[in-house]
Design a protein around this ligand. Structure first.
Ligand SMILES: [Mg+2]
Length: 231
């Protein structure tokens, strides 16, 4: 007896942002350079001293608390005179959208898929970093800003399916975190691909690697998308 579930046609493709569409560089600059530098200037500290202090304050809060993600909280906490906008603009040149991203999004959108973003980053970071890609996306979901969740849980993905009124099986999510982008969406029956940009394209393909890609263009060869294309 064939117990395999029939694959529903894919309607929605969801993308993580940091490490998937854009490099981590801008975010790191803001948190690990911009804020410590502003704090050093305010307190007359060396950059090393300021960095150590700021970092220890980040660690006290930790990534499991929602404040960790809120830049305005930190600007206020450290009493910095700089605004979020000024800080972002300072590092605008560090935003690096990965090479293949725009062309892949274009193809998928033209083929009729609805593209969305499902990220852990706060909305203000998303808006600023993927501003130039916004035309491709119909919805942008932030786990931290929109759902008050610190990690992308299976519940977060279920909520997105509910809002979009689709079955999890009709969605594909792609991202570079094994748990939050691959294991968790699959828990509720979503399709997912794990993006590992460090691994070469020329590796030996093993059967269990079917759901691992090294850049987004590899997604275009996946069978799961054939339905629409070869109908
Ligand atoms: Mg990521």
């Amino acid at each position: 007896m064939n117990e395999m579930k029939k694959q529903l046609p894919i309607k929605i493709i969801s993308f993580d942002v940091d490490g998937t569409l854009v490099s981590q560089r801008f975010t790191d600059c803001v948190w690990l350079q911009g804020i410590p530098e502003a704090y050093a200037a305010k307190e007359g500290l060396s950059s090393e001293q300021a960095f150590e202090f700021v970092k220890s304050e980040y660690d006290k809060i930790g990534e499991n608390r929602i404040e960790w993600y809120k830049i305005d909280y930190w600007l206020r906490k450290f009493g910095l005179g700089i605004t979020r906008e000024e800080l972002f603009r300072k590092y605008e040149g560090e935003i690096k959208i990965y090479e293949e991203v725009e062309s892949v999004l274009k193809v998928l959108k033209e083929e009729g898929y609805k593209l969305i973003v499902s990220s852990n980053a706060a909305t203000e970071f998303l808006d600023f970093q993927i501003h130039s890609l916004k035309k491709f996306f119909s919805r942008i979901f932030s786990a931290t800003s929109d759902c008050g969740e610190v990690k992308k849980s299976d519940g977060f993905y279920a909520r997105i399916c509910g809002i979009l009124d689709v079955q999890p099986q009709e969605v594909v999510h792609i991202g570079d975190h094994w748990i939050f982008d691959f294991v968790n969406p699959r828990k509720i029956g979503m399709n997912a691909y794990y993006l590992d940009r460090k691994r070469g394209r020329n590796r030996k393909e093993k059967k269990e690697d079917e759901f691992i890609i090294s850049d987004l263009s590899e997604i275009l060869d996946k069978k799961i998308f054939y339905h629409r294309r070869y109908l």
